[in-house]
Structures are given as structure tokens and as C-alpha cells.
Design a protein around this ligand. Sequence first.
Ligand code: PLP
Length: 428
Amino acid sequence: MDEFDELDSETNARIEGVIERTKDYINPGLSRLMQFGGFGDVESTAEGTVLTTVGGKKYLDFVGGFGVFTLGHRHPAVVAAAHAQLDLMPLSTRTFFGEPAALLAEKLAQITPGDLQYTFFSNSGTEAVEAALKFARIATGKTDFISTDGSYHGKTMGSLAVTGREKYRIPFHPMVPGTEFVPFNDLAAVEAAITLNTAGVIVEPIQGEGGIIPAEHGYLAGLRKLCTERGVLLIVDEVQTGLARTGRMFAVERDNVVPDILTLAKALGGGVVPIGATIGTPAVWDRVFGVNPLIHTSTFGGNGLACAASLAALKAIEEENLCQRALDRGAQLIEGLERTRANHPSALKAVRGLGLMIGVEFNVKDVAELTINLMAQRGIIAAYTLNNPKVIRFEPPLVVTPEQVDQAVSAFDASVTDAVAMLEGLEA
Ligand SMILES: Cc1ncc(COP(=O)(O)O)c(C=O)c1O
């Protein structure tokens, strides 16, 4: 705990107490990982892109809650909407109609592409995906799914069964049966995998946890065509890419694609509340809820607090022109990261992404890990992607300023330089 030597003993004890309790009562291994990664402090307050710890350090949040903090931390309009709804009625009786949910569902129908119209509300990304899978099964009367290697769709049983990383699936076997995995960006592989039992193809427009790998131009459009021809539903998981992150409100717009089912979560809560959404076409909804309107439900889904905050978030995303800002700051960030890559071609393999969903692929995992640690020491929060630890992701709030981007770029450059010098000789 050297770094806290300058703190008073009370603050030191508070930080150590939180870390010890986390170790003793939440997750010992994760606590060790966090300390090892350079995050042995306790978060205290946050505003915009800046996080302040109990230890009094300020960090620029370039992980952005893996897509949650599109509007930064505690956006005033979202906080105000949440406060107002708290004073009225935060949770629903589930007996009467709810105004915030109705207004939010209408807004989502207006901004999502094509004939996506109806929303099922839940509380997280994995719940949004669970609903999508169930809806695809009942809407088609078929059971199986096609998903992609390296994909990430969540860790509850259904979502996990379509998540493309064995490390997370194998310990929980047997999985929900019926998923075939194919390589990402390989249309012919999907075509070959479709059978008479295929209910849906599920895909991310950019594989987030897979290492920030964008769909190639034409891939999603090709999937759309294939799914329509073969009577299979196209489920696009925009839990991480959705709501301006990639420079478009929805990443599917890049390829002009309208999925049958689209999932959202993370940014939908405006960085203030948890919420998930599964959005579908009338054709899907008719088959899902036509016979039994209670076929899929959630106690907390569609609660007033989450929906009021979410409405305010969507308004702010539009009013503050965050799609354009994602493109502008994204271009600046990519340019800066590319400069470092040019200086360290043997350490850094690639810089890629869209808008402010950017990844840097390292050749050696340990260099990436050490770079994250050194960036934290320089006041920048970065993280690797869950299914590919060689990739450091940058997903800052879209309200990040040009100066903050420059700060992150400088910290990255200095940290890579140090990491390469410290770990010289390590092979991939
Ligand atoms: C594309 C995608 N789908 C689903 C999820 C699961 O979301 P949650 O962690 O809210 O359950 C994630 C989380 O990172 C994600 O990136």
C-alpha cells in the first residue's frame, strides 16, 4: 500500500477495510486481481469523465463502464429525471399502466430502424439476450441458434450458451442445447450452419469482449438477406454498441440492417440506472405474446425510475449530438494510438474500432496487462477485453473533451514505452 503513504491513517484504514471486506465477503480472487492491476483504491464520486477515489486520486474513465457511461457519470439531466421519479413512484405496482415505460417504448420504436416497434424491458444485458432467445424460439417454433466464436452475450444460462468462449461455458455444462458456433465475419459459415431447426442467428455489430472486432462491411447485410431467405430470425446484440457509441445511434445503421430482434442495456440507463431492453417487430411480438401476454415477465423490468432516467438519457444523447462527438473524438483517439503503434510496431499489432469503441491489440498479453497498470498510475482507467486479454479497450464517455483524449493518448504512449522496456524479450 506504498502509494497511500501520504494519506491520513483514517482514510488508509477505510480503503483497506473495503478491500478486506471485498476479499472476505464478495470475491477473494477478484480482489487480488484488482489490486494487482493497479486498482487498489475505492471509488467515491464521479462526474463526467472524471472519477475520484476515497484515496483522493482523480482518474479519467476510459473504460466507461464497458459502454454504460456514454453520457459520462451523473449526467445532470438523467440525475434530475431519476430524482423526480423517485419523488413520484420509483417502482411499479405491475397492476396499473406505467407512463415512463410507455413513453420510453414509444421513443425506442421511433429511433430504432425499420419496423422494430415493441419493447420488453428488463434490468441487464444478459436478461435482454435471454428474452431475445426465448422470443426467437417461440416465434419460429424452432430451437437452435447460430452464434460466433469470441462473441459475448452474457453469463446467465441462455446467454452463456450463445457466448463464444469455452472458458466461461465448460464449467457450467450441460449448456442449453442447440448452439452452433461459427467464425465471426464469415457469411458462408453461417449459411452452411443453418438447418431446419435454426431459430435465430445472434451477432454483435462489433465484437466487444472478443477484442473490439467490427463486422466487415456487408456482413450484417449478408446475414439479414440469408436469415430472410431461410426463415431464420436475425438477433443483433447492441448491448455494448448501441446508442451512439459507434458514431451512429445503432451500429446496424452502418449496413442499413433491420434485425428482427435488437437488444440494448448499458448506455440505455444513462449511466445512472440499470435497464435492459429487447426490441422486436410486430411479426415477432404477435407470436410471442399473441396467445399468452404473460409468457415472459420481469418484476422490476419497466420500472418508473429506470424508464424516466432512460428517457432523459435518450434526449440528452440526441441534443448533445453524441453520434458526431463519438466520431470526432474517436478519430482523434485512433490517430493518437496509431502514433504509438508506429513507435512500437513489435509490441502493438493493430488499432481498430468505430466511433469511441476502440481496441489496441498487443502481441504479448503481459505487455498489455502491464500497460493497463502503468496507465492507472498515470491517472487513466483502461481495461482489456474479457475474451481477448491481448486487447486494451478504450470506451470513454462520448462527452470526453479533446484535451482529455490527448491526456489518455500521452499516458498510453508513455505506459507502452515503459512496459516494453520492463518486459523486453517476452514472446507472444
Ligand atoms: C454485447 C453484450 N451482450 C450482453 C452483455 C451482458 O450484459 P450484462 O453484463 O449487463 O448482463 C454484454 C456485457 O458486456 C455485452 O457486451
